[in-house]
Design a protein around this ligand. Structure first.
Ligand code: ADP
Ligand code: MG
Length: 403
């Protein structure tokens, strides 16, 4: 259940509504939006606020600027949004201040403006209360629809909510509802597939899932730390030595089976001497690793085993590619996971920027139950870390008052 107030609970008519969105999108070299998924995902909230005749003030970050950076102005996202809404979206050149305030004063109900990149102000990341108050002073109501930034304790995500009635947008709500269901009431069997390279981001989820999922399937760069911890020679594969002990503890817990969870590690891999297009590759069993080679994808036997077992699932969560899917030589494992999820009868929930990119590049993106717009935020939520952007919102049992 979602325990926060949403935009449904508040009268927005004629009110100035500050909406935090996550338009941190990739740009093309000629400064166009290269992937509009995150912009499209906010349309339900924005359309609702337009219909309800609010004055809509959007704010986002873009990239990691250090102070003002002309290449990271948010104009391209305003253009894309304007096309989706089929109405003008004015991009202001500032984020706070008198000029912005004067513009907002003359807005009509249903108008939409986008403030300049909030991260041009260093106070944003510091969650500076003066900056947060200044931002809040532009509006009567705060809406958070930026799930992808909800794990950041920043001024426009967390701080601002102290000064305004703060509620969730539809995207934020949908994200939490889908992820919460995985934690509280997944249809079983509930299987999870984890890959990708940064083991540090995923260990929290693995540990918390040991008594929640029925089987955990590992792949990607991350699995070699586990294979090494299990005693295999993994050549020059990616291994996070700092995490070997934790990996060993997880393996112990699973084999001593006081946890619910089974753990599946690859039986075979696609190896190569380096990560490069056209490089020589070889399929080998885990026991027969070439000393100087790296494991860069799960092998055909593993693909078949994973696909077959995943077909029994009623719920599947997937985060992280099974190999270096960016190169065709090492894409087969990730492609197989995409295909299996696409055709599965299970509910399929996907998190992670690269997993989403893989779905799209292999042509399976429309076929998932839900694809999260926040890779980092979804992992934080699933590992049980409170998200500052969600915590800051009004609880359902608190009455909403707008000044
Ligand atoms: P997501 O964005 O879906 O959370 P990650 O960012 O954790 O996924 O991981 C994606 C990256 O992991 C990709 O760039 C991919 O090339 C890399 N990767 C996958 N398998 C391997 C491997 N065996 N060795 C090195 N890198 C890998
Ligand atoms: Mg990634």
């Amino acid at each position: 259940m979602f325990t926060k107030r949403t935009i449904r609970d508040i009268d927005v008519r004629n009110k100035r509504v500050l909406v935090r969105v996550d338009y941190n999108v990739p740009l093309t070299p000629d400064n166009q939006v290269a992937d509009d998924t995150r912009i499209m995902a906010t349309l339900p909230t924005i359309r609702y606020l337009i219909e309800k005749e609010a004055k809509i003030i959007l704010v986002t970050h873009l990239g990691r600027p250090k102070g003002y950076d002309p290449r990271l102005r948010v104009d391209p996202t305003a253009e894309t949004l304007s096309r989706f809404l089929n109405k003008p979206v004015r991009k202001l050149d500032r984020t706070i201040g008198e000029e912005v305030r004067r513009f907002i004063d003359i807005m009509n109900p249903g108008d939409v403006v986008l403030l300049e990149n909030i991260r041009f102000h260093e106070a944003e990341k510091r969650n500076d209360p003066t900056f947060a108050r200044e931002l809040a002073s532009l509006a009567d109501i705060y809406v958070n629809d930026a799930f992808g930034a909800a794990h950041r304790e920043h001024a426009s995500v967390a701080g601002v909510a102290r000064f305004l009635p703060a509620v969730a947008g539809f995207l934020l709500e949908r994200e939490i509802v889908h992820l919460q269901k995985l934690l509280e009431a997944p249809d079983r069997p509930f299987y999870t597939v984890l890959g990708g390279n940064k083991i540090s981001d995923k260990l929290g989820v693995i540990k918390r899932f040991l008594d929640r999922v029925d089987c955990l399937f590992l792949g990607g760069g991350m699995c070699f730390t586990f294979l090494k911890a299990a005693g295999y020679n993994v050549g020059r594969s990616l291994v996070w030595d700092d995490y070997l002990d934790e990996a060993r503890a997880i393996l112990d817990e699973v084999t001593n089976s006081h946890s619910r969870c089974k753990l599946q590690l690859p039986e075979d891999v696609v190896m190569a001497p380096e990560i490069a297009p056209g490089v020589e590759t070889r399929v080998g069993r885990i026991e027969d690793f070439y000393d100087d080679w790296m494991g860069l994808d799960i092998g055909p036997q593993t693909r078949a085993t994973y696909a077959k077992m995943l077909n029994e699932a009623k719920t599947i969560f997937w985060n992280g590619p099974m190999g270096v899917y960016e190169l065709p030589e090492f894409a087969a494992g990730t492609r197989e996971i995409c295909r299996t999820l696409a055709y599965a009868k299970a509910a399929t929930i996907v998190g992670g920027g690269d997993s989403d990119a893989a779905l799209r590049s292999f042509g399976y993106s429309g076929l998932m139950t839900f694809v999260s717009t926040g890779g980092g935020a979804s992992l934080k939520f699933l590992e049980g870390t409170p998200l500052p952007g969600v915590e800051a919102l009004l609880d359902v049992d608190v009455p909403v008052e707008v000044a």
